[in-house]
Design a protein around this ligand. Structure first.
Ligand code: GDP
Length: 409
């Protein structure tokens, strides 16, 4: 089955086939070798106000025209009333390794007069995708599960240099437990180094103040020193200050690079001293691609599923969720159910047996009593009979005086 089919119910998919150099095929970590063999699948959502450079950045990240920039709306044109959800699918091949990339675009976010509910359709699509996965997991006869769950959400922050805006906080607060949030400061070429450092600090303190959790790359015990240093460098750069450009430009020293040309020089997308683009790409498609998928599956989806099952009245030990696969879980639920039935039946049998014994004891008791009464009556009758027989004999044998006395007596 086509892995994209679950998302088809959410929004139509545009498909592309691309050959480009992204960097996912030469992974630094041995753990990911299996994925290299099987190919990767990554679903990235992009959220941010229009004009912040989302299209450009996605095309720069995957080194291809994944999608075309949108024409700005003409003032006279009717504006859409809600945030739309659009899927673009690209199969990227690199050194014989496949990456199926799904980009979930959210045009319209933050573009309205009132943006207080801009996050709603986005939260809906994330939960619908979880739901589609759960439905397939619960099927008795399961084929390969189509997974349209969102693995990462690139949230674009306007390079204001101030602090986060209300819309940014509203969105991230609603979504941080549902998706791996990766905040990026867009168009970082509009700020100088110091401004970027201050802005990053303010953003991080805003996130901490609002208790918003962004994606944290895990630290592996078996990682070598170089790997640990690289991971720390990436983590320190969050929120990534990025520059996007799908154009090749010539530098002062004659090199052709991806960048943005200004009268005073060229900002190079791939130069780590100019911006964090390289670190973002490193995290997304190389170092942490598998971690994003794993965290989505084992933490975000499981958290959602537990809440969902609880809301449906099903209670389960959440610690069991992570270790057991759905078929195993069903089998275990059946075993527990049968054990409960057997226990109920056994206790009913005990109660029944006890009641029968009480009745038997009562019957026996009344039988004894009945027999005793019967014997008592019989003895009394026998005694009476003997007395009468005695009197009769005396009457027959006795004198008239005796008879008179007897009748008087
Ligand atoms: P979207 O509406 O968020 O998808 O934004 P686009 O990718 O269509 O970009 C909007 C405009 O910003 C275009 O003119 C881009 O050339 C420009 N742009 C994109 N990325 C950058 C960037 O990193 N720096 C600067 N200065 N401009 C950018």
């Amino acid at each position: 089955q086509d892995p994209s089919s679950a998302s088809d119910s959410v929004a139509p998919v545009i498909r592309k086939k691309i050959t480009s150099h992204v960097g996912f095929s030469n992974l630094p970590n041995q753990v990911r070798k299996k994925s290299v063999k099987d190919g990767f699948q990554l679903t990235v959502m992009v959220v941010g106000e229009s004009g912040l450079g989302k299209t450009t950045l996605i095309n720069t990240l995957f080194n291809s025209t994944i999608y075309m920039p949108r024409e700005p709306l003409h003032p006279a044109q009717d504006r859409p009333k809600t945030v739309a959800i659009e899927n673009i699918q690209a199969d990227i091949e690199e050194n014989g390794v496949q990456l199926r990339l799904n980009v979930v675009d959210t045009p319209g976010f933050g573009d309205f007069v009132n943006n207080s509910d801009s996050w709603t359709p986005i939260l809906d699509t994330i939960e619908q995708r979880f739901d589609a996965y759960l439905t397939q997991e619960n099927r008795v006869r399961r084929q390969k599960i189509a997974d349209s769950r969102v693995h990462a959400c690139l949230y674009f922050i306007q390079p204001t240099g101030h602090s986060l805006k209300q819309i940014d906080i509203d969105f991230m607060r609603r979504l941080h437990l549902k998706v791996n949030l990766i905040p990026v400061i867009s168009k970082a070429d509009t700020m100088n180094e110091e401004e970027i450092a201050d802005f990053k600090e303010r953003i991080l303190s805003d996130l901490a103040f609002h208790d918003i959790r962004i994606f944290q790359a895990p630290v592996y015990e078996d990682e070598d020193e170089e790997g640990i240093a690289e991971s720390e460098e990436i983590t320190r750069a969050i929120p990534f200050a990025v520059v996007g450009s799908d154009r090749a430009v010539r530098t002062a020293d004659g090199r052709i690079v991806r960048g943005r040309a200004y009268p005073w020089g060229v900002v190079e997308v791939d130069d780590p001293t100019h911006c964090d683009f390289g670190k973002l790409r490193q995290m997304l498609v190389r170092t942490n691609l598998e971690d994003l998928r794993t965290h989505t599956n084992q933490v975000l989806y499981e958290h959602w599923r537990t809440e969902r099952l609880l809301s449906m009245g099903v209670t389960q030990d959440p610690s069991v969720f992570q270790e057991i696969n759905p078929a195993e879980r069903l089998r275990e639920e059946r075993v527990i159910h049968l054990a409960k039935l057997a226990k109920l039946e056994a206790s009913m049998k005990d109660v029944f047996q006890e009641k029968v014994e009480i009745q038997e004891r009562k019957l026996k008791q009344s039988e004894v009593e009945l027999y005793a009464r019967h014997k008592e009556m019989k003895d009394a009758l026998n005694k009476q009979y003997e007395q009468l027989a005695q009197k009769k004999a005396q009457l027959e044998n006795g004198t008239p005086d005796t008879r008179k006395r007897m009748f008087r007596g």
